[in-house]
Design a protein around this ligand. Sequence first.
Ligand SMILES: *Cc1c(COP(=O)(O)O)cnc(C)c1O
Length: 228
Amino acid sequence: MDLAENIKNVQEKIADYAGRAGVPAEGIRLVAVSKTVDADVVRQAYGLGLDTFGENRVQEFLRKSEALPKDIKWNLIGQLQTNKVKYIIDNGVDLVHSLDRLPLAQELQKECVKKDAFIDALVQVNIAKEETKSGLYLEEVEDFFEQAGGFDRIRFRGFMTIAPYTDDRAYLRKIFAQAKALYDHWKPHFKGFDYLSMGMSGDYGEAILEGANMVRVGSAIFGERIYK
Ligand SMILES: *Cc1c(COP(=O)(O)O)cnc(C)c1O
C-alpha cells in the first residue's frame, strides 16, 4: 500500500467532483477514517498532511489520541453507547457524527453540564430506512429537534448519513439529494449548522455531486481493513 499515493488520489478525486459540483475543493472536508488502522500509520497520514481522523470505537479513539499529536482533530463516527459518553466529553473529540437518538442527546447534554463543557455533533439520519443502520428516519427529525434542539450544551453542526451499499449510482444520488434537502431545511435553525457528512470510499463522488461538504474515507486511503 502506498499511503501518499492513496491520499493524493483521494484529494484529486475530491477536487474533480467538487469542480463538477461547482464548489471549491477546499470547501470539502476530508475525514480520514482510521478505525482498525495502527497508530503508526495514522501518524504517517498526519505527516502527509491529513489533520482529521474518524474512529468508531471510544477505546480505540482514546488510545490513539493519547499516543498521537495533540493538534489532530478526532471525529467519532460510530454508534455511541450512552455509557461511553463520559469518556468523550472534554476529552479531545472535535465532532461526533453519530447523534442518532434522543437518549444519547440527553446523555450528552447531562455529561456536558456536569463537566461544564460543550460538544459538537451531527445528527445521523437513515434515509433509506435500513434496519442494519442507525439514525433517525426523515419523519423523526422534526420531533427530535423539538425535544433536543434546546439542549444548550450540544452544538448542532449538521447531518450525517450513510448510504446503502450498492452500485446503483442513480439511487445513491437520490439518497444523498434527500439528505441535502434536509440539511438545507434545518440549516437556518441553528448557528454553525455547516456540515453535511456523507460519502465513503465507494460513493464520495456521488455525495459531493449532491452537496456533501464532509466525506468520510477509510479504505481508499488506508487499504482494506483488517479486523484483529
Ligand atoms: C467505516 C466507515 C466509513 C469509511 O468506510 P470506507 O468504505 O472504508 O471508506 C465511513 N463512515 C462510517 C460511519 C464508517 O463506519
